[in-house]
Design a protein around this ligand. Structure first.
Ligand code: NAD
Length: 256
């Protein structure tokens, strides 16, 4: 059995991933702001310290995989601090605990929304690792247009970070595959209010066309996350794999 750390484990995709791993006999240390083995607010420095210390203690200093799922979709700076800086902190702070595994793996949940309009200032500040500048750029975006692009910006930034980090010595030479998955629309508490409203559901499916099966259950990204972080994955790294019912293929027909 392997030991997995899953953030966002209280709900939606994180809960489905934790459940799937447990079904397969693995140990899961779940992190969330509520209802989890370790309670930590990943939008804050204190919460990130708690994560690192408590996982070290709970695991005896050795884990096999990290899956960063926690995220929010608010048109507000917290979306940047959780989805980007919280996710990067999760992976970087827990990386030292992966080195003792014989098959260490890491994955992040990004989003189909990386393909949508983003705010360059926010994305750039994220990739510089400058959280204060990113929050300030996010506040500017909120004042300008209500922060509509912040969610996509947080996910664009985290997908780019994954591609860069995956080939760096810290991850590649340490033998740790690092990937992102990009779900389309997943039925979860994050999207349920929109999906329950027929007009909003239609509008959402215009923006995120899902010709194969439509919106998915959380199990769809959970299955992919589980494979990407399994010993079977030896060579897939630095990828953003869309699990989106064909949304990416529908919108970027000219690209590979
Ligand atoms: P969800 O709201 O059901 O679950 C998100 C979890 O993250 C919750 O348990 C929440 O408490 C936790 N969380 C939020 N802020 C946190 C913080 N500061 N510290 C620690 N934990 C925190 O949503 P979901 O649909 O399962 O989303 C999971 C991930 O998938 C997110 O990163 C989301 O952006 C991404 N995603 C979702 C969809 C979708 O359609 N639902 C699509 C693409 C990507």
């Amino acid at each position: 059995a392997r030991t997995y750390v899953v953030t966002g484990a209280a709900s939606g995709i994180g809960a489905a991933t934790a459940a799937l791993l447990r079904t397969r006999g693995h140990r899961v240390i779940g992190i969330d702001i509520r209802n989890a083995d370790i309670i930590a607010d990943l939008s804050t420095a204190d919460g990130r310290d708690t994560l690192a210390g408590a996982v070290d203690q709970a695991s005896g200093g050795r884990i096999d995989a990290v899956i960063a799922v926690a995220g929010v979709a608010a048109p507000a700076p917290v979306t940047i601090t959780v989805n980007y800086f919280g996710a990067v902190a999760t992976l970087e702070r827990l990386r030292p605990l992966l080195v003792h595994s014989d098959a260490p793996r890491a994955a992040i949940v990004s989003s189909f929304s990386t393909l949508q309009t983003t705010d360059d200032d926010v994305v750039e500040a994220c990739l510089q690792g400058d959280e204060a500048a990113a929050v300030s750029a996010a506040e500017t975006a909120v004042a300008r247009d209500g922060g509509q692009t912040l969610y996509a910006s947080s996910k664009r930034a985290i997908s780019r970070w994954v591609r860069r980090a995956a080939i760096s010595p810290e991850w590649a030479e340490a033998g740790v595959p690092l990937n992102a998955v990009g779900p389309g629309i997943v039925i979860s508490p994050m999207t349920q209010p929109m999906l329950d409203n027929p007009e909003q559901r239609d509008a959402l499916l215009q923006v995120v066309p899902m010709p194969l099966h439509g919106p998915s259950e959380p199990a769809a990204p959970a299955e992919l996350l589980t494979w990407l972080t399994s010993p079977a994955n030896t060579h897939v790294t630095g990828q953003v794999i869309f699990v989106d019912g064909g949304a990416d293929a529908s919108l970027r027909t000219g690209d590979i």
